[in-house]
Design a protein around this ligand. Structure first.
Ligand code: 6PG
Length: 489
């Protein structure tokens, strides 16, 4: 007989995300045991559980006591650094676990590692989930978006918990069983790729408004605040508003202006772009955001390049301060360009998910994925509800931009979008994400693209053959010979 003192679930790995998720679970009424290799983290968590309302949380200082403190079948969430630390934690815990127990990895793990671990743990009858967790510290504590994939039975074992712990939106908790294998990690990876795209696009909007429009940080805060009450309403726009308002308390001025322009990263955006290439899915906006992170890292090189090119006579663009109607127009155009660019970026992420789902037989429900991203996660945004509805209307939608509602919006915003990109290019301001989205849209909407010439070139130098628009079959032409004879004749 199980003792009533046993915990409903366990969590190992008490860094920021682990601690907060454990407290969230306890607060939702599920007694939880926690464990961390560095024992001070256990004490820290116990202390917080006490201070944050005597939450039902017990601390353990070795893997055995921790595992044995759980009700059967046992469920353990691990939140440690992806890669080898996950394998080490599984080894330490599974030694004390038994058939029918469940391990849930909540880290940003590469999906194939999860697939390997599903097989390895299955040998011992242990069920396994790779669960994407999004929302940062605050999300983990108060309601994240959760993306569990792997063993369905494992999901059922924790369904009551994750449904209560996840962020709640009007159409349910931000969690769903994603699918088999590493699908939960893959979906989280694409979420992060989209996150990179969103952040890049927002930074471009900022750049254009600041350096073409001459807006100050306090004006930017006002504009972003206003945007956050309309179609762009989202977590990232909201936090950007706050960022523009923060002063440099210690040295004066505004903090955003003092931050070194080098973007860090942990790798999920890069994986997204690699996967897009593997699956032949165009994801130019997400790729542009990744490239911009790489280029941002070349701070010293960029500074040196600016000097060299100045020496070579390149004129420095002097930002004009727009006023009155012109300024208003630019602000409104940038809002529209940002929105249209965002739709293209989400279209790319969704198409990548669909391609992978097809390859792996995951049967991903794109509308449901958009729904669980409506709350809790970093890319949460009002327009995800519209994406959800677009895929509900047509689960086989080829591309978001051809959903009748989004198509209308793209067309309405097209003029503004082109004006912003033109202004930016004219001023030497880079808007790679907006340009990539626009080029994606423009290419996708053209019934005929110049690929005919590329095909002719391929056939010319490599006899790769080409198809014709008028007669079926594969054709090869002796281009050089015919061209020469045509010169002669
Ligand atoms: C989330 C975030 C989270 C983390 C990213 C940041 O959904 O909560 O995506 O997982 O902030 O890993 O990624 P980079 O460090 O690569 O920007």
């Amino acid at each position: 007989m199980e003792s009533a003192l046993l915990s409903r679930i366990g969590l190992a790995g008490l860094a920021v995300m682990g601690q907060n998720l454990a407290l969230n679970i306890a607060e939702k009424g599920f007694p939880i045991s926690v464990y961390n290799r560095t024992t001070s983290k256990v004490d820290e968590t116990l202390d917080r559980a006490h201070r944050e309302g005597n939450l039902p949380l017990t601390g353990h200082y070795n893997p055995r006591d921790f595992v044995l403190s759980l009700q059967r079948p046992r469920s353990v969430i691990i939140l440690v650094k992806a890669g080898a630390p996950v394998d080490q934690t599984i080894a330490a815990l599974s030694e004390h676990m038994e058939s029918g127990d469940t391990i849930i990895d909540g880290g940003n793990e590469w999906y194939e590692n999860t697939e390997r671990r599903i097989k390895e743990t299955a040998d011992r009858g242990i069920l396994y989930l790779g669960m994407g967790v999004s929302g940062g510290e605050d999300g983990a504590r108060n309601g994240p978006s959760l993306m569990p994939g792997g063993s369905y039975q494992a999901y059922l074992n924790i369904e009551d918990i994750v449904k209560k712990v996840a962020a709640q939106v009007e159409d349910g908790p931000c969690v769903t069983y994603i699918g088999e294998g590493g699908s939960g990690n893959f979906v989280k990876m694409v979420h992060n790729g989209i996150e990179y795209g969103d952040m890049q696009l927002i930074s471009e909007a900022y750049d254009v408004l600041k350096n073409v429009g001459g807006l100050t940080n306090s004006e930017l805060a006002e504009i972003f605040d206003e945007w956050n009450r309309g179609e762009l309403e989202s977590f990232l726009v909201e936090i950007t508003t706050d960022i523009f308002r923060v002063k440099d308390e210690q040295y004066g001025g505004e903090l955003v202006d003092k931050i070194l322009d080098k973007t860090g990263m942990k790798g999920t955006g890069k994986w997204t772009v690699q996967q897009a290439a593997e699956l032949s899915i165009a994801a130019p906006t997400i790729a542009a955001s990744l490239d911009c992170r790489y280029l941002s890292g070349l701070k010293e090189e960029r500074e040196a390049a600016a000097e060299v090119l100045k020496g070579a006579g390149l004129k420095e663009y002097v930002g004009v301060t727009k006023t009155g109607a012109e300024k208003k127009q630019l602000i409104d155009d940038v809002r529209q360009a940002l929105y249209a660019s965002k739709i293209c970026s989400y279209a790319q992420g969704m198409n990548l998910l669909r391609a992978k789902s097809f390859e792996k037989g995951w049967n991903l429900n794109l509308g449901e994925l958009a729904r669980i991203w409506k709350g809790g996660c970093i890319i949460r945004a009002v327009f995800l509800d519209r994406i959800k509805k677009a895929y509900q209307r047509n689960p086989n939608l080829a591309n978001l931009v051809v959903d009748p509602e989004f198509a209308k919006e793209m067309v309405q915003r097209e003029g503004a979008w082109r004006r912003v990109v033109k202004e930016a290019i004219g001023a030497g301001i880079t808007t790679p994400g907006m340009c990539a989205s626009l080029a994606y849209f423009d290419t996708y909407k053209r019934p005929r693209v110049p690929a005919n010439l590329v095909q002719a070139q391929r056939d010319y130098f490599g006899a790769h053959t080409y198809e014709r628009i008028d007669i079926p079959g594969a054709y090869h032409t002796e281009w050089s010979k015919l061209a020469k004879s045509n010169i002669k004749s």
